[in-house]
Structure formats: C-alpha cells, structure tokens
Design a protein around this ligand. Structure first.
Ligand code: ADP
Ligand code: MG
Length: 554
C-alpha cells in the first residue's frame, strides 16, 4: 500500500458541494435514494457485463444491497456487490460530473435565487454528492469486479478528496461500500425505523433486493424484494407503487402526469412502463439532451441510450423490457437492430394514442402536459411525417379568440367563418407581442380566429406543408388572404383595396423611397387601425422564419 494521494474536485463539483453543504436543498432524505440508486445501478451494470464475462460473478451470483447502521459510531453504510470501481474510476466518477446537461444546470443554478436553486437540485438528481448534506466525511471503499486490489476514496466535501490502496481484508470481495460519517444533526439516519421507512418509500422498487441491519452485529432484515415492478400484474400494483417507481426510475421527485403500463404480444413481446412527468426537466432543450427511456432485455438493464422513443418524446421516462432481443450482442448492435425499430414504432404509437385518450377523458390534465411538453411534441410535426396527423390532433394552441385557453385544430376549423379557406396563424417570440401585432387587425375586425405560435419550433413545422382536412395553414403575414370575402363584424364597409388617386400617389412615393428594400407596395384590406405593415409575398417565406434563418446566418 502507498500513501493516500490528495486531489482537488473539479470546479463544478466544488460549486455543487458548496450548495449542498450550505443546504439550499431542504429535503435531505434524498441522499439515501441517490446512494441506493447508485448501488442498484452498479448491480445492473455487473449483470450486463456478466452476460459476456460470466466469470465476473464468481460464486457470488446474487446481487444485493446491504445497509448497516451504527448508532454508536454514528455511521450509515451502504454496500453493494455490483460492478465496483478502480482507483481511476473513482477519481473520474467521484471528482467530476460527467452527466449531460450539467452545464445547463450550473448556468440555471447560478442565475437562480435560493429556493429556485433548491428545486433545480431536486430536478437534477443530486447524485453521489448529496451524501455531504448529512455527512461530515464520506469513505468509499471499492473493488472492481474481477480485480485483486481495492481502493479507498475519502473526503470531507470541502474541496479535496484522497485516494489510497486498502488491504483486501478491509474491502468488499466485490463492489462498493459507502460509509457516511453523519453530522451531529443527522443522527436520525442511524435509527432503524426512519431508515426502513425511507427506503420503502423512496427505493422500494429498485430492481435489486435490500437488507437492513440496525447495528453491525445484528442480523440483516429484508426490506425490499428487488422484484421488477413492471413484470407484476397490473391488479397487484397500486398508484403509490407506480409513483414510487416513477421517482426511482426518473430521479425526479414530482408526481407522474400519465402512467402507461402494458405488455405487447405478437410478433415482438415486450413490456412497457412509461411515464409523462408532472414537471418539466430543466434541460429539455439542451442540445445534448437525449431520451431517458431505459432498455431492458429479459430484466437485464442494457442501456438508457438506446433511442426507444423518437426525439420529440424525449420527456418520457420509464423503460421497455424486451423478451426477444438477443442478450449476447453489444449495445450498439441492439440499437441498430430492426427489432428495436419495431419496438420504437409500437411504443411511439401507443404513447400518442394514450395522450389522445387522456385529452378526451381529462382535457384539463392533458392541458398541463401540453403546457410542459407541447413545444417538444411539435417537433414531431416536421420530424415524423407518418404520425403528423396524430400529432396535429394532440396539438393545442392559444388563439386570438380563446382568451388564454388551449384550442385544438378541430375546434378551430369548426369555428371557421363562411368563405374562410385557411387556418391562420401568427408566429412570434412571445404571446403578448404576438397579440399586439398590427397584422392581426383585419382578422380581428372580421372575427377570424388566428393561432398564436410563440415557440421557436413553430417557425419550422408551419412551413412543412401541413393541412387539416384540406384546410392549409397560412401565415397572417403572407399575401392577401380571404379577407375581402368575409364581412367586418361591426357592420362597417369593407376597406377597399382599390387605390384612390391619393393612395396611388402615396404608394408611388413609398416605392421610390424604399426602392429595392421591398418587392411590392399595395393597398390592402388587412389593416383597420394601423397605417402600414410588412407582409411576405404569397409564395414568399414567412417573416418570422426569415428572421430565424437570418439569425442563424442562413
Ligand atoms: P449518476 O448516478 O447520475 O451517474 P452520481 O453522482 O450518483 O451520478 O454517481 C456518479 C458516478 O459514480 C456513477 O455514474 C458511477 O460511475 C459512480 N458510482 C457511484 N456509486 C457507485 C457504486 N455504488 N458502485 C459503482 N459506481 C458508483
Ligand atoms: Mg446516481
């Protein structure tokens, strides 16, 4: 054995630790959920690696998590016989943050005030470092599966950690032991009943069994059976079980807005347990953000990187467990397999169908989902040609006449005026500015409803040539519309588009003044109060899209 080496935490970790230790996050109990979830992940990783290297399991084939309390020493120990870590793994995993979205998270934290920050930490999943909310010192003793040597990582969370070799006798035969030296005000976590209740509430459904010893020389007691919830019959699962599982699979602490649990049979057999979250993850629009659905094969966790669902459903959490994907091929081969694309197709269709059902059954509940994830779902309108109609049916819009409520395209079409031939929309960057746009005057004066589209994705899908039952989508900034055929609601005369001599003179003046800056100047029935507005040519690009493209340098 050599002397311990001291290392400094990466800057982001140091910031995160500082926030934890100074306790912006009030619910400290999450540390236990996070450490148990890491132990369970480690067991699942070993299970996967053992598929191609069965020797890694040796005689110890039963993967499990053991928690030991020691009220006298004021410690709480979580031990797993999973994959374990080498000294190098530890430096990497427990000194840096590899997780995607970290940068977005840190930026949001830096920009937020105290209590917002607390919520964000909750959403991010506080991870290993949450141990420092309750511990003044954390020791991690680990032996990688198959390795002869073991190492000890140790830190007080104040900026540095040490890594040293440890004697084989002081380390687990395989896997990781995390010892928390609890703070004085955290002694409650050496209480058997407190810990048992927390584990059952937070981690009762992790797919690895958990035992608890109330003191080092006591017998271990089973407190979670490690059975895969998704394989149980629906009748045996309570709403509470589903919600607990959602929290453990997603790492989010909110209530799911929609739960989907079914088994597909036929050509391919697989189980699906998927959730629409009740809260919006902060990194939904981070360019690195991928889907988070987990892929299992015959209850063995394979990856959470497989695109089990298309990008526009990346807010979904949960898992798919296939009975017939081969277990003995690499993750990469599974990702490319036609069977996985068949599963993706099936699950995608089902998710959209369930959203549609919810929209009918519980319009208000559905509106909340749309409010959180509508901007993501709309990406599907131009990405997924095949499901465009289904997605358009799910879409909801605020409009000039909806008074802040969400409207469907079907509702819009049902309320169209006589002679109205298109579904009108206005694209912009925020609702208030959109509503104030002079472009809408002529439509308002005729009682014609206009969809207000404030999301950046809107500029794209509207140009994808979508229609609804033969009614095209048309921008209010594009050319003269049906306006001259639809009467004004206050009974006033149609403003005439035929220019009087004065107007003709004025138009000629504007044309010479603006020269090449405009392609045409003409009188129009679209305005009732304002004098002029900019429009795009009939065949031209929508003004908002023009702006987006100009900003992105195209
Ligand atoms: P996350 O679990 O989201 O990756 P954490 O902060 O919880 O983030 O953990 C960081 C990393 O530390 C894990 O990805 C894993 O590599 C490693 N790790 C933590 N606990 C264990 C453990 N019990 N066994 C093996 N590796 C672990
Ligand atoms: Mg973790």
């Amino acid at each position: 054995t050599s002397a311990p080496e001291t290392h400094a935490f990466e800057a982001d970790v140091a910031r995160l630790l500082h926030m934890m230790v100074h306790s912006v996050y009030s619910d400290k109990t999450v540390f236990l959920r996070e450490l148990v979830s890491n132990a369970a992940d480690a067991c699942e990783k070993l299970r996967y690696e053992a598929l191609s290297a069965p020797d890694l399991l040796g005689d110890e084939t039963r993967l499990a998590i053991a928690i030991t309390l020691d009220p006298e020493a004021r410690t709480l120990t979580i031990e797993d016989n999973g994959i374990g870590m080498t000294a190098d793994d530890m430096g990497e995993a427990l000194g840096t943050i590899a997780r995607s979205g970290t940068k977005a998270f840190m930026d949001r934290i830096a920009a937020s005030s105290g209590s917002d920050g607390a919520q964000l930490i909750g959403q991010f999943g506080v991870g290993f470092y949450s141990a420092f909310m309750v511990a003044s010192k954390v020791d991690v003793i680990s032996r990688r599966a198959g390795a002869d040597t073991a190492s000890l990582w140790s830190s007080d969370g104040l900026g540095t950690y040490t890594i040293a070799d440890v004697a084989a006798g002081d380390a687990p035969a395989r896997g990781t032991r995390v010892v928390l030296h609890l703070l004085e005000d955290a002694t409650t976590y050496t209480d058997r009943f407190t810990v048992e209740r927390l584990i059952k509430d937070q981690s009762g459904h992790v797919p690895v069994p958990i035992t608890l010893r109330e003191k080092p020389d006591a017998d271990p007691v089973d407190i979670a059976d490690g059975a895969a919830l998704w394989t149980k019959p629906k009748a045996d699962i309570s709403a509470g079980d589903y919600a607990d599982f959602y929290r453990s699979v997603s790492g989010q602490y909110d209530e799911p807005a929609l739960t989907l649990h079914y088994r597909a049979e036929g050509l391919h057999e697989y189980s699906v347990l998927a959730y629409v979250p009740g809260a919006k993850p902060f990194d939904l629009f981070d360019p690195d953000r991928n889907g988070r659905m987990k892929l299992y094969v015959k209850r063995v966790f394979i990856t959470d990187d497989a695109e089990v669902l298309p990008r526009y459903l990346r807010f979904m959490r949960g898992l798919v467990d296939s009975s017939d994907l081969p277990l003995n091929v690499s993750r990469e081969m599974i990702q490319e397999s036609p069977m996985l694309s068949a599963i993706r197709k099936g699950v995608t269709g089902r998710v959209l169908a369930e959203l549609d059902k919810l929209a009918t059954r519980d319009p208000e509940g559905y509106s909340k989902i749309w409010e959180n994830f509508g901007a993501v779902l709309k990406e599907g309108l131009y990405e997924d040609f095949e499901r465009r109609e289904a997605l358009l049916k799910l879409a909801r819009f605020k409009t000039t006449t909806s008074g802040g409520a969400w409207r469907s395209v079907a509702e819009y079409v049902a309320a169209m005026k006589d002679n109205q031939t298109a579904i009108y929309y206005a694209v912009g960057t925020d609702l208030d500015r959109l509503e104030a746009s002079p472009q809408l005057e002529g439509f308002r004066a005729r009682g014609i409803e206009v969809l207000l589209l404030p999301d950046s994705v809107d500029g794209f899908w509207v140009t994808a040539g979508i229609d609804h039952e033969g009614k095209p989508f048309k921008s209010v900034t594009q050319g003269a519309a049906d306006l001259s055929l639809i009467p004004l609601i206050n009974g006033a005369e149609q403003p005439t588009a035929d220019a009087t001599p004065e107007v003709a003179d004025f138009i000629a003046f504007v044309k010479t003044t603006l020269a090449d800056a405009v392609s045409e100047v003409r009188a129009s029935e679209r305005l009732t109060d304002s004098a002029v507005c900019l429009v795009a040519a009939d065949s031209g690009m929508d003004r908002q899209l023009e702006r987006i493209l100009a900003m992105s340098g195209q």
